[in-house]
Design a binder for this molecule. Structure first.
Ligand SMILES: Nc1ncnc2c1ncn2[C@@H]1O[C@H](COP(=O)(O)OP(=O)(O)OP(=O)(O)O)[C@@H](O)[C@H]1O
Length: 589
C-alpha cells in the first residue's frame, strides 16, 4: 500500500488555514469523472478488457494453464503426503514406524515443493509477459485515439485529466492483467479441489469448515473494501497535490511577478493538510482492521481443532489426516482471501476501464465523411458564404461571415479581440466544422474531402508556437519529415533564423527543452515560420505570428514568405485593429 506521504508537515512553521472549504478549493484539480474510485461490476466491460488478451491467448495461455495445473496438483499433494508420513511412517496403526518410508515421503514432499516453485516462476513469467503486452496495447490504443480527437474534446477537458487516464488508469489495470485474471482461475480451481478433498477426508469436518466460508468472505471483503477506499482517497488527494504542483511550477513566473507566493503557499498547505488527514485515517483503519482480518482465519482453525479432536477420540479421524486437514484449510483461506481482494481490484478496474473506454469510444467530431475524396493540389481560392459558427450551442462566435479570397492573394484579417479571427482560421483547417453556411476551397466543400489531404495543404504559424523537446533541426523538420539538412537550413535562412541558430552552442543540433523555454518568443516564432515554410503549404496562415518579432526581421520574413508564397494564399490574422503588424505588410481586408 502506498503510504509515501509526509505525515508531519506542520511542525516547524504555522501557516494560517484558508477559510474556504477545502473540498471546494481542491475541486479545481479534479475532472468530474476522475475521482470515481470504483464502479459496479460490469460483465460487458470485463469481457472487453479480457479481449485484449486474445492476440496472445493461443501462444501464452496454454503455457500458463499448464503451469497452473502443475502448481495446483503439487500444492494439493503435499498435505496428503504429510498425512501419509504420520499415519504410515511415524505412527502406523498396524506395524512399526518406518524410517525408510519417512525418508521417501520427505523426498517426495521436497520434489513437490521444487516442482511447485519452478511452475510458479514460469507462471509468473508468462503472466507478466501477457500482462505487459496487454497494457502496452491498451496504452497505444488510447494514445493513438487521443491524437485523433478533435479540438472540442480538448476544450472540454483539462490536460491533467487526459494525462491521468493514459498513465494512472492504464497502470491500475496492470495488476488485473498480470496477476488478477490468472490468480482468479487458479484460486477457483484450488478451492474446488480443496473442498472435494476436505469432504473426502471427513465430510463432517469438511462441512463444518465450509459453512464458515461465507462469514469469512464477507468479513474479508467488507473490511478490506474500507481500508482500500481509505488508501484510494489518499492517492486522489496526493494526485491533487501533484496537479497543483504542476500548475504552480508552470506558473511560477506569474506567481513571483505578482508576489503571490504566500497566497499560493496557503492554497498548497490546504491540500497538503487534506492529504495528511486522509493518510492518518487510512493508517488508523489499517492498524485497526488489519489484525481483525488476520484473526478471522484463526476462528476457522478453532472450529477445526475442536471438532477434529472429538472425531479422533471417536476413532473417525487419524492424527495424520487432521494435520493434512489443517494444511488444506490453511490453503483454503488463502484463495478465499485473495478472491476477496480480487473482487475489490475488479471494482477499481471497472472504474479505470470505464474511463479508458469512454475516451476510446469518443468519436472524433471532425472526421472523414463517408465517401470523402482526397483534395487534389489546390490553387487556393477560399470562399466563405454566410458562415455561422458556435463553439457552444446557442453562442455564436461567427454570425454570417462572407469572405472571398482568390488564389495567390495575401490578406489580413483585422478585428477586435474576440471578434472571431482565429475562429475563421480554425474553420479553414477544419479543426471545427461550421454550424451553418458554406466553406469551400477551390470550389470543394471542405467537409467533402479527407481531413488529411486538406490539412496537408494548409500551414499555420501561431503566436504561441509549440516547440517540442529535441534538437532545433528536428523541430524545423516537423514541417516535412523527409526534408534534407540543406532544405532545413535554406528555410531557416529565408526566415532569418539561421543567424541565431548557428550562434547556439550546438548549432542546429542544440537540444531545446519542451516548449523551447531557452529560446526567446521571437526565436520560437522564427523556428515555427521555418517549419511552416518547409512544409510548403498551398495556403499559409499566420495567426498573430509576428507579434513577438522585431520589425526588421518581420519585414525579412514577410519578404521571403511572399516570394516563397507566390501563387499561394497568405492569410494573416492580427490581434488589434489599429497597431496591427499585419497592416504594415499586407493589404488589410
Ligand atoms: N475553444 C473555445 N470554446 C468556446 N469559445 C471559444 C473558444 N475559442 C474562442 N471562443 C470564443 O469565440 C470568440 C472568438 O474568439 P477568437 O479566438 O476567434 O477571437 P480573435 O478575434 O482571434 O481574438 P484575439 O484577437 O484576441 O485572438 C470569443 O468570444 C471567444 O470567447
Amino acid at each position: 500500500m502506498n503510504a509515501n506521504v509526509n505525515t508531519e508537515p506542520h511542525q516547524k512553521q504555522k501557516i494560517p488555514r484558508m477559510k474556504k472549504n477545502s473540498e471546494e478549493t481542491n475541486e479545481r484539480f479534479v475532472y468530474k469523472d476522475d475521482d470515481a474510485i470504483e464502479k459496479p461490476f460490469n460483465w460487458t466491460q470485463l469481457t472487453r478488457l479480457i479481449s485484449y488478451m486474445k492476440p496472445y491467448a493461443k501462444q501464452i495461455l496454454p503455457l500458463i494453464g499448464l503451469m497452473m495445473v502443475i502448481g495446483t496438483i503439487t500444492k494439493l499433494a503435499i498435505p496428503f503426503l504429510t498425512s501419509l508420513a504420520i499415519d504410515r511412517a511415524i505412527e502406523p496403526k498396524n506395524g512399526n514406524p518406518s524410517l525408510t518410508l519417512l525418508y521417501q515421503i520427505t523426498i517426495a514432499v521436497l520434489v513437490m515443493y521444487i516442482i511447485q516453485w519452478v511452475a510458479g516462476i514460469f507462471r509468473i513469467k508468462f503472466t507478466n509477459i501477457i500482462g505487459q503486452r496487454v497494457i502496452y496495447d491498451l496504452r497505444a490504443d488510447l494514445f493513438r485515439h487521443i491524437q485523433r480527437l478533435s479540438f472540442n474534446f480538448f476544450d472540454k477537458r483539462p490536460a491533467g485529466s487526459v494525462l491521468v487516464r493514459v498513465t494512472n488508469d492504464v497502470n491500475s489495470l496492470q495488476d488485473l492483467f498480470t496477476n488478477g485474471v490468472v490468480n482468479l482461475i487458479i484460486d477457483c480451481v484450488q478451492l474446488v479441489g480443496i473442498v472435494v478433498i476436505l469432504l473426502l477426508i471427513n465430510w463432517k469436518l469438511g462441512l463444518a469448515v465450509i459453512v464458515t466460508v461465507p462469514i469469512m468472505f464477507f468479513i474479508s471483503t467488507k473490511l478490506r473494501v474500507r481500508i482500500r477506499r481509505a488508501w484510494q482517497d489518499v492517492r486522489i488527494r496526493n494526485s491533487r497535490i501533484n496537479s497543483h504542483l504542476n500548475e504552480s511550477i508552470q506558473g511560477i513566473r506569474v506567481t513571483q511577478a505578482y508576489t503571490q507566493e504566500e497566497e499560493n503557499m496557503k492554497f498548497f498547505d490546504n491540500m497538503n493538510m487534506d492529504s495528511k488527514k486522509s493518510w492518518d485515517r487510512a493508517s488508523a483503519m489499517n492498524q485497526g482492521f488489519g489484525p481483525l482480518i488476520e484473526i478471522t482465519g484463526g476462528f476457522g482453525s478453532l472450529i477445526l481443532f475442536w471438532l477434529g479432536a472429538t472425531l479422533i477420540q471417536q476413532g473417525e479421524l487419524t492424527i495424520g489426516l487432521l494435520i493434512a486437514f489443517t494444511q488444506y484449510v490453511g490453503n483454503f483461506w488463502e484463495p478465499i482471501n485473495r478472491l476477496g481482494q480480487m473482487y475489490n481490484q475488479l471494482l477499481v478496474a471497472m472504474a479505470s476501464s470505464e474511463r479508458i473506454f469512454e475516451f476510446i469510444d469518443e468519436k472524433p467530431s471532425i472526421d472523414d465523411q463517408p465517401g470523402a475524396k482526397k483534395l487534389p493540389t489546390i490553387k487556393g481560392d477560399i470562399k466563405l458564404e454566410n458562415v455561422v459558427f458556435e463553439y457552444e450551442k446557442g453562442r455564436q462566435a461567427l454570425k454570417g461571415i462572407d469572405l472571398d479570397v482568390k488564389a495567390g492573394q495575401s490578406i489580413a484579417l483585422v478585428g477586435h479581440t474576440g471578434s472571431g479571427k482565429s475562429t475563421i482560421i480554425n474553420l479553414l483547417s477544419r479543426f471545427y466544422d461550421i454550424t451553418d453556411g458554406k466553406l469551400t476551397i477551390d470550389g470543394y466543400d471542405i467537409q467533402s474531402v479527407t481531413v488529411e489531404s486538406l490539412r496537408n495543404q494548409i500551414g499555420i504559424v501561431l503566436q504561441d508556437t509549440f516547440i517540442f523537446s529535441g534538437t532545433i533541426r528536428e523541430n524545423i523538420r516537423f514541417g516535412r519529415l523527409d526534408a534534407t539538412n540543406e532544405e532545413i537550413e535554406e528555410v531557416a535562412k529565408a526566415v532569418g533564423a539561421h543567424e541565431f541558430i548557428v550562434q547556439m552552442p550546438g548549432g542546429y543540433e542544440t537540444e531545446v527543452e519542451e516548449r523551447g523555454n531557452m529560446l526567446s518568443m521571437g526565436q520560437r516564432q522564427l523556428l515555427s515560420f521555418a517549419r511552416a515554410l518547409l512544409a510548403d503549404p498551398r495556403i499559409l496562415i499566420l495567426d498573430e505570428a509576428t507579434a513577438s518579432i522585431d520589425t526588421e526581421t518581420e519585414l525579412k520574413i514577410t519578404g521571403s514568405l511572399e516570394s516563397a508564397a507566390s501563387g499561394q494564399n497568405l492569410l494573416h490574422c492580427g490581434a488589434s485593429f489599429i497597431n496591427n503588424s499585419a497592416c504594415r505588410s499586407y493589404r488589410c481586408a
